[in-house]
Ligand binder design. Sequence first.
Ligand SMILES: [Zn+2]
Ligand SMILES: [Zn+2]
Length: 400
Amino acid sequence: MTAGFSEDAAAISDEITELRHSIHAEPEIGLDLPKTQAKVLSALAGLPLDISTGQALTSVTAVLRGGKPGKTVLLRGDMDALPVAEHTGLPFSSGIAGTMHACGHDLHTAMLAGAARLLSARQADLPGNVIFMFQPGEEGYGGAKLMIDEGVLDAAGERPVAAFALHVSSGLLPLGVAASKAGPAMAAADTLHVKVRGRGGHGAQPHHASDPIPVACEIVTALQTMVTRRFDVFDPVVVTVGTFHAGTTDNVIPDEAAFVATVRTFSPRSRDLIRDASVQLVRQLAGAHGLEADAEFVDGYPVTANDQTEFGFAARTIGEVFGEHRFITAPNPLTGSEDFSYVLEQVPGAYIMVGACPTDTDAATAPFNHSPEAIFDDGVLADGTALYAELAQRRLAEVS
Ligand SMILES: [Zn+2]
Ligand SMILES: [Zn+2]
């Protein structure tokens, strides 16, 4: 048994931290992250990696070929920031107005670069290959899907047998404590766009018009009834109407009323059901009132589903490397969504949350990811780096 990676990670923790601070201070949003990409390429320079960069996005794919024969595993770190104005007061705060690494992807990028370094140092003993997937555009841009389209899963010449992603959280979990679950770990997040088409007129003479507003209101509440009557209570569904727009003034009936809802599901079955049922409900309820409605269900990220075996492996690894007290089996999925789900649709794997809440803050009340006040503690960086490396090295050793 070779020694673990914790000491190696501690030895390079200054560099990992420096890289994290540099990325944090210059956050970039979306699929085009040239500065972040340059920092990653510079951190990987000189390592024995096959490196390629993306066409449609500024991704970095690095492949480490081990000195011993074996399979391939994939490690993913996302690199993009959010349109949030930072209010943390940290010395390395964002220097770009209105842009912040409020989801901790700067930590993921730095930890994955650190893991590439640690695994490269043990290349001769590595029984197989590791694909390092540095991904832009996680926050709503589907960057993982674009990287799959550009071949990241085939970068080593064969499909990975397992894929792992870590995600830090600024609250919820104490520093260094990891959590995940088998099966669905995060929701599918889709969007329902509705436009009820009536006929405008005078507010005092509704019978000469076709008022779309009460019909649209009825549809909004009927969607909630549908959730409770047509879906299994143990396979939850969330529908939230986040925008609703109609009309200009009190005495004019408008031509149209429009709203948009987010739809969260945790199984392909419920997702398929609501995709059709919601559209049908909108059209037919409008029809019941003599109006017409356009309804479009737009697919977002699918359910992030952890493989039973790979989840078990990851939980065991964390217990062995850091101690049993550092892993919690999450009772429920999170209702957020994550585009690593596209990788997990094709490769069995696990998505693990890792607590990065500062030790002087109560994790239960700390500002969570996406908050302008979210603080991710540097103290998680060395362990996160070691964990990425352990997951790859141990999984390859088990399947070789
Ligand atoms: Zn996020
Ligand atoms: Zn995130």
